[in-house]
Design a protein. Structure first.
Length: 369
């Protein structure tokens, strides 16, 4: 049989066998037209990114804190949290740069709710087009409050829809080794934190930082939603996030020193962020304050590499399963990882600021060239 003998039925027998159907998705340009970037929102993003770059360059002595819900599922509660965090950010601005954690997509080892973008109604309807638009509207409202945001980049498509509203991006433990995510990070407009692997291996994240700093060419989409060859310049503000591994912490002084040496050996700046949750807190949200306290103590005793922390926090402590009756959801309580409550968050950050206020300015801050 020659290629010309192939019939449409033959094509159907070999192509997209496990695909049910393709549904149209609005292009990034269309979504951005529905929710355009306001001047106030743009200024929030610009100032947030600059402050982060200055911290990573040691031009700003503050500690940055990515703090907020494990995941966003209720925009009303999320905005409630954002307003409270904005007030606290203004109060502690001389010592801490507070950035709201806004995670819309959740990586899954097997199954489970994949996040607000994938399933905004939490009913397996997977209205991804609605989820993307709602996610952008949520980020825009927070940016207009004057509060910078952080998120996790799970796929190379979403940044085209949301990237202009993000100040800091994380690449998770499960995806730091992925070539796709390293390439994507090389083109992101934000500083990017690569987490160490789930087994605690920091070498994977160090290699990811090196890769993301280089130029790449790969397939992606443009603002019109068309497939395009994306050519990046490289991201020079990628850094390492220590999140523990194999259910063991790695924020202790020895682990921090090992991470510093690995970065220095690779010719990279010794910039470290500690995730107070996940394996560093043995997945017990109530231990997060102790992790933060340890980081503060290390800075007191002369550490110069710890530039940021991450905290999983919500209005109500703990977490909850998704009930069949969505009206039974507890307001302000996580449906993914357990979080510390708002009162604990305020106490943690106020205590950290008080203890670091006179210490951080004395850390070595080189004069800008």
């Amino acid at each position: 049989m020659t290629p010309s003998d192939n019939s449409p039925n033959d094509q159907n027998a070999i192509e997209n066998i496990n695909v049910g159907n393709f549904e149209p998705m609005p292009s990034p340009k269309e979504i951005l037209a529905r929710i355009p970037l306001s001047r106030q929102a743009a200024q929030t993003v610009i100032h947030g990114r600059k402050a982060l770059r200055d911290i990573l360059d040691r031009r700003d002595p503050r500690l940055f804190v990515v703090v907020g819900p494990c995941s966003i599922h209720d925009p009303v509660a999320g905005i409630d949290y954002a307003r409270r965090l904005k007030a606290l950010a203004d109060e502690l601005d001389d010592t801490l740069l507070l950035i709201m954690r806004v995670y819309f997509q959740k990586p899954r080892t097997t199954t489970g709710w994949k996040g607000f973008i994938n399933d905004p109604y939490m009913d397996d309807s997977f209205c991804i087009d609605k989820g993307m638009e709602k996610a952008r509207a949520f980020l825009h409202e927070i940016a207009e409050l004057g509060l910078p945001t952080a998120t996790e980049a799970l796929d190379p498509i979403s940044p085209q829809y949301l990237g202009d509203l993000i100040a800091w991006t994380a690449i998770g433990a499960r995806t730091s080794e992925s070539q796709t995510h390293r390439e994507m990070a090389s083109g992101l407009s934000t500083p990017v934190g690569f987490k160490n692997a789930t087994n605690g291996d920091i070498g994977i994240a160090v290699n990811a930082i090196l890769s993301a700093s280089r130029q790449h060419s790969f397939l992606g989409i443009n603002s019109e939603g068309h497939t395009a060859i994306v050519r990046t310049r490289g991201n020079h503000y990628a850094h390492l996030v220590l999140r523990g591994g194999d259910d063991r912490p790695n924020y202790d002084t020895v682990s921090v020193r090992i991470a510093e040496e690995a970065l220095t050996k690779a010719g990279l700046p010794a910039n470290l962020v500690v995730d107070c949750s996940h394996a560093n807190s043995y997945k017990d949200h109530k231990l997060q304050p102790f992790v933060l306290s340890d980081i503060v103590n290390q800075i007191h005793y002369g550490n110069h590499s710890l530039v940021g922390v991450m905290i999983e926090s919500n209005l109500i402590a703990g977490n909850q399963p998704i009930p069949k009756d969505r009206t039974q959801l507890k307001y302000g309580c996580s449906i993914t990882d357990a979080c510390v409550d708002w009162a604990t968050t305020e106490r943690m950050l106020r205590e950290a600021a008080a203890q670091l206020r006179d210490v951080l300015p004395k850390r070595n801050v080189p004069t800008a060239e």
